[in-house]
Design a binder for this molecule. Sequence first.
Ligand code: IPE
Ligand code: IPE
Ligand code: MG
Length: 244
Amino acid sequence: MIDIKLPNHVGIIMDGNGRWAKAHKLPRVLGHNAGMESMKKIVKATSGMGIKYLTVYAFSTENWKRSTEEVSGIFKLIVKYVNMELKELDENNVHINIMGEYDMLPKESVEAIDKMLRTLEKNDGLIFNIALNYGGRDEILKSVKTLYKECIREGKDIDLLTEEDISRYLYSGTANLDIPDPDLIIRTSGEERMSNFLTWQSAYSELIFTETLWPDFSEDEYRKLLEAFSQRKRRFGGRNEGDK
Ligand code: IPE
Ligand code: IPE
Ligand code: MG
């Protein structure tokens, strides 16, 4: 445990695997492999610090635009991750939740994911959300469609819908894990944009961008960014005591 006010929910846009591979004169897939190693360390650190929710951006709805070789390489890594990490994730009481439609992934990846979800289902430590084939706009659209159908079916008045109704049908709502909005979102690799990550949920998140490429992101830097987060003054549109 570190002696600062920790966020309850951290989101991470794990970016820079391709540039890391290029810098090391390696194929892009090996960059993703190095990124997976980095993710393993950060999951362990997050769970060890007692942070309750972690959401990582692993594959976006836009990442299908990449070469078949790269996309299938990423999906193979999921199988590798499950084979390598499942036992330890279970020992650490980690619960995994997938945000995104993963049924269109290759069969072996879907099977590995299902096995992982089943094995960790009963765990109630860190809630580790993996945004996989995830898009923030796609998620909002799905929620609106479900609500529209619900209104028709149950004769509900559309004018009475609230923000909570939309939240309820986002992946963060349908998981039934009380997933709060992320307090902090970290993006590595120097890019300063959201790229369709948690579009609805990030309305009041604190954002931290670091130049470090994801495979080089260390536990030490993670702790420094958490410390920086703890110094931020969050107002949510209101006023803090003592504000001038
Ligand atoms: C992030 O790294 C991982 C995924 C998007 C799957 P990138 O592959 O985007 O790395 P860069 O941005 O090309 O360096
Ligand atoms: C965002 O990174 C998606 C993931 C990290 C999985 P990208 O590399 O796909 O984002 P852009 O294209 O630079 O915005
Ligand atoms: Mg990128």
